[in-house]
Design a protein around this ligand. Structure first.
Ligand SMILES: Cc1cc2nc3c(=O)[nH]c(=O)nc-3n(C[C@H](O)[C@H](O)[C@H](O)COP(=O)(O)OP(=O)(O)OC[C@H]3O[C@@H](n4cnc5c(N)ncnc54)[C@H](O)[C@@H]3O)c2cc1C
Length: 358
């Protein structure tokens, strides 16, 4: 947005330690063999925009008063700083998780995809190391996709599937979506355990223990690791209770001209890409207005559409709104259909084209 507004008249520096972006939902596609690891990577070298330079560097500290970022290659000083470092997986928070299989990293999804090829019978257990976690519907989607995968291979009757969530319902802001997911679990003979956090995994005994002490033995484990904002944000004095506090509607931190968006921030919405994008758009709109000496608009609406894989090629959608209703978030549910798959594909392809020209 900054490049589109100012072209070469602006100097934007984008720093990322990685060399490519990929959508969170790509991990589900990779795990279930719909595509490959390389097929989902969107290289930053394709991110060519007027006024923007990309630096592949690892940030080691941020001075939010001087607005100076130190990396493995040097220091960068800015007039405005937008922190968008995401959330790191906190494998140490759940004993055993570091040795367990998980599908929340791309490497973990690839590994589970390989294991699925030879899995023929037994108990598939999907469990979450704690809330908040990334993309609350994703474990439910993985569960329904697992049912489809095992059915397509003719081995579903030799398998059990259990989903354990640290939430009372699968999608708390939308009771209708939650009811539809619970019905889908019941129809498919999937056991759902609500409101329980995974406390430990014993990969030798193949047993997962949840917060009430209940144990679940498994043959295939799909873990969702706990998260926290990257440690450097804590070390740079930017976090409170694990995340960077911001004003939810403007994304301003307590440091002048320093904003934080996405999973690293406490921005009043779930940890999901669609809300990270909404927050980033709001910051960009505010910066464009400020640089043009217009009054800065408050544009973060706290809304977003989440596509939910229901299996059998069908996709549901829930449009959630976190800020409009003073009594709490609301959600509008759209029943799963084949046509919503085209919607989700457009969501990905339109961004791929706009951001990467691919
Ligand atoms: C299985 C799964 C399915 C998902 N499905 C969806 C979905 O359908 N819809 C949806 O909206 N969301 C989904 N998500 C969630 C989504 O992927 C995240 O919420 C989103 O990526 C958060 O965006 P972000 O920009 O805050 O952080 P990230 O996308 O994590 O980006 C942070 C960036 O910071 C970089 N970085 C971190 N530390 C450093 C450092 N020290 N130096 C330099 N660079 C650094 C990283 O390399 C990374 O590129 C899903 C997630 C998973 C795991």
């Amino acid at each position: 947005m900054l490049s589109e507004a100012f072209g070469d008249d602006i100097e934007v520096t984008l720093i990322d330690k990685g060399d490519a972006f990929y959508f969170g939902f790509s991990k589900l596609d990779v795990m279930f063999g719909r595509t490959t690891r390389d097929g989902v990577l969107l290289p930053y070298k394709k991110f060519l925009k007027f006024g923007v330079r990309f630096l592949q560097e690892t940030i080691s500290s941020i001075d939010s008063i001087a607005k100076r970022v130190t990396t493995n290659r040097g220091t960068h000083k800015a007039d405005f700083l937008v922190i968008a470092l995401g959330a790191d997986y906190d494998f140490a928070a759940t004993p055993g998780m570091a040795d367990a299989t998980e599908f929340y990293t791309l490497a973990g999804a690839v590994r589970l995809g390989e294991m699925l090829k030879t899995f023929t019978k037994g108990h598939v257990l999907i469990a979450v190391g704690g809330a908040p976690f990334k993309c609350p519907p994703a474990p439910s989607e993985a569960t329904l996709m697992m049912h489809d995968h095992l059915t397509a291979r003719g081995i579903r009757s030799a398998c059990e599937i259990t989903l354990i969530l640290p939430l009372e319902t699968p999608v708390p802001p939308s009771p209708e979506t939650s009811r539809a997911l619970l019905a889908a679990f019941a129809e498919r003979n999937i056991t759902f355990v609500a409101d329980r956090e995974l406390k430990s995994v014993d990969t030798q005994r193949r047993v997962a223990t949840i917060e009430d002490g209940c144990e679940f033995s498994y043959d295939l484990f799909l873990g969702v690791p706990a998260i926290r904002a990257p440690k450097i944000l804590e070390e740079s004095g930017m976090t409170e209770n694990g995340y960077v506090p911001v004003k939810p509607k403007t994304l301003e931190t307590r440091f002048p001209d320093v904003y934080a968006v996405g999973d690293c921030a406490k921005q009043g919405t779930p940890k999901a890409g669609v809300f990270a994008e909404g927050a980033a758009r709001a910051v960009a709109a505010a910066l464009i207005a400020r640089l043009r000496n217009h009054e800065a608009p408050v544009t973060h609406r706290g809304t977003g559409s989440c596509y939910i894989e229901f299996g059998a090629g069908r996709i549901g959608r829930v449009d959630v709104d976190f800020f409009s209703n003073p009594d709490g978030p609301t959600g509008t549910y759209y029943e799963p259909s084949i046509s919503l798959r085209a919607d989700k594909e457009h969501f990905g392809s339109s961004r791929r084209a706009r951001w990467f020209g691919m």
